[in-house]
Design a protein around this ligand. Structure first.
Ligand code: ADP
Ligand code: MG
Length: 610
């Protein structure tokens, strides 16, 4: 029988291994940055084009490589970092598997230029899909520059499966953040398509966080320090009031390497217990220094997971360290909620009668007021008809005779409303601070107030963006908004849309903008949270179902600005909302494809009460 086992040719083996190490452009960024750090660089440049598809280049001023080392560095399992087995347990460097460069070279066009300190000339090596194309002696700066071009050129499936530029760039930037936060003593720059995104000078850890996340992050940080047998803990947690619904800035570094650890995250979360709402996430930047032999970093090829020798003690140590600093910096509440409240009453008050607090409500305030006033517009009525027609089939109702659908009375507006009187007044009320209930001829209509308002705002915003006819309110004093440098870049990309909506931009610097005007649909206090939400959405990458940037902006703002469930609506606001909804092009679905209203037919009510 013929032999059936064959060794895979090297280049195939390399491609397979490459798939493990290089999932996307960001993986290359991580490996190259880590190699530069391992080489002892004090200045590192990251240069990216087209979110890494065209070019990823890392230039360092580290140790450099001799011509032989340069050539060997691309061989699998070539690493200068392990010479004998015990070395594995005493690693202080990031790489040690010796796979990264070999893997990258298997699936890209790589150029490496390097010169060792003390040498006069350097080496330029070109490799394409694992084969060396050329090796030359060149004049070069001390240190190493690795350029990776045309990533996945020989694996079209991979290349085609790369996500949008926005998404890939976000992954690269995340990777960059992780590396620069762990190495504040190294200076970094980061260019994308020729634009300087970050220019980070050598700094202290706290300064580095501020460099990356903006000046406004400084006031959020509470320092954490604890030295124990098991681990040295340092870093910062964000004050509880800055906790977010989305997991934002959560960073663990073990021996200066970013790791993901649901377990340690839980330890931090538990230290915040009672200080933040259940579904909120605290921000943190925590650095753990442990003995290298007490951890196993190598359980995952991309090395973001770690196994600790004594996980349970580490959990306790971390939790108490965070608790301690929250308490020490007076962030934790002083009051104990379980305590008998009577004990806290000053005695001269204890005999006083309890007065209920008074709340003043502006009964005339109407966020939905439009020029349509209190009556249902003609347009609305047309839509009501279509609604009615839709419902027949939807609810499996008996087909009504056309005369039912026709407008019978003079006051055509009331045709489908079961008005109490002949004054065209529709009666509405709020149910559970969530639904607006009104009656229609065939029964009851229950409208989800939040979704209905989202729909109304979405259509208005969208038409303002496309017609560029937004109404702007000029502000007496400019409104200052604060952003991180990264957020400012995103803001620039959506600026056009915002201008179309009625934002008027004034002065700008790297972390602040002044607004001289805002859309008339917004209150001043709503602007910063709404713009923050917009940036967060944009960072997630454009939702594939939203076909344009304008659509994304309209959707996000409609969500940010819409009246929420739980909000009280005055009678005329309820009515305006009903009117506005039925003047919309689409009635049934919110911008996020949720059902806006439902009906209960009188016949069903009859059955229930039978
Ligand atoms: P590892 O980092 O796991 O050792 P790599 O494939 O990433 O494996 O790199 C292989 C070897 O190439 C390294 O061990 C190091 O000796 C050398 N090397 C890679 N990048 C650099 C660099 N920027 N400067 C100096 N030497 C480098
Ligand atoms: Mg490496």
């Amino acid at each position: 029988m013929a032999d059936i086992i064959q060794l895979l040719p090297d280049h195939v083996a390399n491609q397979i291994a490459a798939g493990e190490v290089v999932q996307r452009p960001a993986s290359v960024v991580k490996e190259l940055l880590e190699n530069a750090i391992d080489a002892g660089a004090s200045e590192i440049q990251l240069i990216v084009k087209d979110a890494g598809r065209t070019l990823i280049q890392v230039v360092d001023n580290g140790s450099g490589m001799s011509p032989v080392d340069a050539r060997l560095s691309f061989e699998r399992h070539s690493t200068s970092k392990i010479k004998k087995a015990e070395d594995l347990f005493r690693l202080h460097t990031k790489g040690f598997r010796g796979e990264a460069l070999a893997s990258i070279a298997a699936i890209a066009h790589v150029e490496l230029q390097s010169r060792e300190r003390g040498e006069e000339l350097g080496t330029l090596l070109k490799i394409e899909g694992s084969s060396v194309v050329s090796q030359d002696v060149v004049a070069a700066a001390v240190g190493t520059s690795v350029s990776v071009k045309n990533l996945f050129f020989n694996i079209p499936a991979r290349r085609n499966f790369l996500k949008s530029q926005a998404v890939e760039l976000r992954h690269i930037t995340d990777e960059f953040h992780r590396v620069v936060l762990a190495h504040p003593m190294i200076a970094f720059t980061y260019h994308h398509n020729g634009n300087l995104l970050f220019n980070l000078k050598k700094a202290e850890p706290r300064q580095r966080i501020v460099q990356v996340f903006g000046r406004k992050s400084n006031e959020k940080l509470v320092p954490v320090t604890e030295q124990t047998q098991l681990a040295d803990i340092s870093g910062f947690v964000c004050k509880p009031e800055y906790a977010k619904k989305s997991r934002g800035e959560q960073f663990f570094f073990v021996n200066d390497r970013f790791i993901k650890s649901p377990f340690l995250n839980h330890a931090v979360l538990s230290a915040f217990e009672g200080l933040i709402k259940p579904d909120y996430h605290p921000g943190y930047f925590l650095f753990l220094q442990v003995a290298p032999e007490s951890i196993d970093i190598n359980i995952h090829p991309t090395k973001t997971e770690v196994k600790f020798e004594d996980e349970h003690s580490l959990y306790a140590v971390l939790r108490s360290a965070v608790k301690h600093s929250l308490g020490q910096f007076n962030v934790a509440p002083v009051l104990d909620f379980n305590r008998d409240q009577n004990l806290d009453t000053p005695y001269h008050y204890s005999s006083k009668e309890v007065q209920s607090p008074s709340v003043s409500v502006d009964a005339n305030f109407n966020p939905f007021k439009t020029d349509t006033g209190r009556v249902v517009s003609k347009r609305a009525v047309q839509n009501w008809e279509s609604l009615y027609v839709g419902m027949e089939s939807q609810l499996g109702m008996e087909k009504e005779t056309p005369s039912h659908l026709e407008v019978e009375r003079d006051a055509e507006q009331t045709a489908f409303f079961d008005s109490e009187d002949q004054q065209n007044v529709i009666t509405t009320f709020q149910l559970g601070l969530k639904y607006i209930v009104t009656s229609i001829k065939s029964g009851l209509l229950l409208i989800h107030q939040n979704r209905a308002h989202q729909r109304v705002l979405y259509e208005r915003l969208l038409s303002q963006i496309s017609s560029r006819e937004a109404i702007c309110q000029r502000l007496l004093f400019p409104l200052t908004l604060n952003f991180s440098p990264r957020e400012m870049l995103i803001l620039e990309q959506i600026e056009d849309c915002l201008i179309a909506l009625g934002f008027v931009f004034g002065k700008k610097d790297t972390e602040q903008i002044e607004l001289e005007g805002i859309p008339n649909l917004m209150k001043e206090s709503e602007v910063q949270p709404a713009v923050d939400q917009l940036i967060a959405e944009y960072e997630k990458g454009l939702d594939p179902s939203s076909f344009s940037q304008g659509d994304m902006v309209a959707k996000t703002l409609s969500k940010a600005l819409a009246v929420k469930s739980g909000e009280v609506l005055a009678a005329d606001s309820q009515l305006s909302l009903v009117n506005d909804l039925f003047a919309c092009k689409e009635l049934y679905l919110s911008p996020f494809n949720k059902t806006i209203f439902t009906t209960i037919a009188s016949s069903e009510i009859d059955k229930m009460l039978d």
